[in-house]
Write a protein that binds this ligand. Sequence first.
Ligand code: ADP
Ligand code: ADP
Length: 220
Amino acid sequence: MIVFNEVVKRYPGGYTALAGVSFEIRHGELAVLSGHSGAGKSTLLKLIAAIERPTSGSVSINGQDVPALRPRAIPYLRRNLGLVLQEHRLLYDRSVYDNVMLPLVIAGHPARDAVKRVAAALERVGLAGREREMPAGLSGGEQQRVAIARAIVNRPTILIADEPTAHLDTAYANEIANLFKSFNAAGVTVLVSTHDERLFAQHSPRRLVLSKGLLQGVGA
Ligand code: ADP
Ligand code: ADP
């Protein structure tokens, strides 16, 4: 469960990106975070991943107070979170296989099982057999699917994605939206931000709408 209580985030320099945001996302929900550019969507997701700290208010994940975590504990938090963030680019000098394997290597996962998990994650995103290819040779939609495979290879219970359909044309964007729906159907709690809510409308998600750092009425 993800719980925000009166969360304020002010960046150095004084810009208030979140002005007092409260919501709960329960286990197994599919939630879509929308809002204009600059509304605070990325900031909200970074607070969940402990990439940014709130100025005030509380953020908790599965009962853990995220800003209170010691630096040492943050990798353990992230192991349970699949993250598809804008700044987490693929490694372009490594193969698809190496990119997806990376989180398991970092986690010290046993090698034999890791190989199976990479294959399963690539299968899940429709890229079975593409292990040896380099990311630069893939389409934008395929690269995004590699990033998603990398995010789920640890079998996280929560999947967070920041505008995973940005820069994709409608057909690819719909495929990505369907993919998030399928993870949610398998029991994963999903929170995804988008500038185009219509992509997820058919999946009846929980809606969180940010405007100028505040959540709007619906679903809040
Ligand atoms: P969105 O993802 O909805 O476009 P962001 O969370 O990226 O919104 O940004 C919200 C506001 O916070 C924007 O005005 C942005 O310029 C500002 N902001 C984001 N990151 C930083 C930062 N590291 N330092 C200062 N201001 C920032
Ligand atoms: P396997 O059991 O062989 O890993 P699955 O089809 O169950 O194959 O899963 C394939 C991949 O999809 C997993 O390795 C994992 O990355 C992801 N996955 C499947 N189900 C879940 C789940 N409930 N939570 C998180 N990730 C999942």
